[in-house]
Write a protein that binds this ligand. Structure first.
Ligand SMILES: *Cc1c(COP(=O)(O)O)cnc(C)c1O
Length: 410
């Protein structure tokens, strides 16, 4: 066993000096999306597409997915305790912690999604909502979670930020299992756009509460910034990092440091905003390509799984009919040996690897939160490493990735 507070665990693996595969985050938006008009009313077209994709009747377009969480707390009144996993996106947890009476951390399953049994252990009369994150693109156990929420009169919110549209479980679309769901169009999410998000729901009372809120104006400055940084941070990163000066920017370029140092009081005053029309336009174009890119990514992940199946040093992310995986990220579990060492081995071979979500209960502001036994969260978090799995990865690149992993000497 390792010690979760061991600071070497928090280090990101080295970056390759030459990228032979695309980076872990591959933006899907293209420059031409910025001016390509695909509908007369692009906002309405996007709303309709999202409703259809996630099986809901109502869609509120927003600047970010986390604005949806804010509205659920403040406008719909989910302001008592939220139950969620500790392996989560810090800024979103900061929104919840600032606008509810508190958070409680449930443990995760082997696939890194929330464990319903652990949720049940945490329930008290103060609990109000379960946040089920489809972590890294793997569907949470919506069947058990829906039953649990109904049994105890709780609200189930799907964090579908990593989940592509049109995936079904028992004939019901993911995104419609929850009382509401949030989605994001940002560059590191399935659509791979330039910020923007939405709150989706089938419940008229939730819709009534959230849609009547006054939203702030779109954040044009932030969007322009995002266009610039996603180009430099992801598209040009493989080039920039080759330059001596570029190496100094490698940490900043990922935006990870920024996410983890996210201040606890940042969102005490929060303004949910409207989506910017350009963000909506880009998201709409990205949606046209989504089905194809998710199919390719899933295909690639399954090819890699087949090649690694015999190597018991690795735990592989799996897709099953009840629990589909869309592989927005491909989390490899490094069962034997250290993930940092594997990361170095991959970097030496020109392959980027990283992890993105750090356990909140070990981070400033969340150490006092109520929690279940989080042994599995700690172990799995310490083992997981995200591999490049973008839609444009070729067969020979998959072979190269698999061979590099098989060749690793622990
Ligand atoms: C990015 C992310 C969010 C928040 O999405 P925004 O649109 O940036 O607000 C929430 N949860 C997870 C797991 C994320 O990765």
């Amino acid at each position: 066993m390792f010690d979760i507070h061991d600071s070497s665990l928090r280090l990101q693996p080295a970056k390759p000096s030459h990228y032979l595969l695309s980076p872990v985050v591959q933006p899907q938006w293209r420059l031409s999306d910025l001016w390509h008009r695909s509908a007369t009313d692009e906002l309405e077209a996007l709303r309709q597409r999202l409703c259809e994709s996630y099986g809901v009747r109502h869609c509120l377009l927003l600047d970010r997915a986390r604005s949806g969480l804010y509205l659920l707390c403040r406008a719909f009144g989910l302001n008592r305790e939220w139950i969620l996993t500790s392996v989560m996106h810090r800024p979103s947890a900061v929104v919840l912690s600032n606008h509810s009476s508190g958070l409680a951390f449930a443990d995760i399953n082997e696939d890194m999604t929330i464990d319903p049994v652990s949720v049940e252990r945490l329930l008290t009369p103060r609990s109000c909502a379960i946040l089920a994150t489809h972590t890294y693109g793997k569907a949470a156990d919506v069947i058990a979670l829906r039953a649990l929420a109904d049994k105890h009169g709780l609200v189930l919110i799907e964090n579908a930020v990593h989940m592509a549209g049109k995936y079904q479980v028992h004939g019901q679309t993911l995104g419609s299992w929850g009382d509401a769901a949030i989605v994001s169009f940002n560059v590191d999410k399935p659509l791979g756009g330039i910020l923007g998000g939405a709150l989706l729901t089938n419940r008229d009372d939730i819709w009534q509460a959230v849609s009547t809120q006054q939203l702030g104006p779109p954040n044009t400055k932030e969007m322009r910034e995002r266009i610039r940084t996603t180009f430099t941070a992801y598209r040009l990163k493989p080039l920039i990092l080759r330059l001596p000066a570029g190496r100094e920017h490698r940490a900043a370029a990922d935006g990870l440091t920024e996410i983890e140092s996210f201040g606890l009081s940042t969102y005490q005053r929060y303004t949910p905003r409207q989506i910017h029309p350009t963000q909506a336009r880009v998201a709409l174009s990205c949606m046209d390509r989504e089905k194809h890119s998710v199919e390719q990514r899933t295909d690639n992940a399954e090819k890699l799984n087949r090649q690694l199946a015999q190597d018991d040093r690795y735990g592989l992310p799996q897709s099953t009919p009840d629990r589909p995986h869309t592989f927005t990220y491909y989390p490899l579990l490094v069962r034997k040996g250290l993930r940092l060492e594997l990361g170095q081995h991959l970097a030496d071979a020109g392959i980027e690897s990283k992890w993105r979500l750090a356990p909140l209960h070990t981070q400033e502001g969340f150490t006092e939160a109520r929690r279940d036994d989080l042994t599995r969260s700690e172990t799995l978090w310490g083992q997981h490493l995200l591999l490049p799995m973008g839609p444009s990865i070729t067969q020979s690149q998959i072979d190269y990735l698999a061979n590099t992993l098989l060749r690793w000497k622990v």
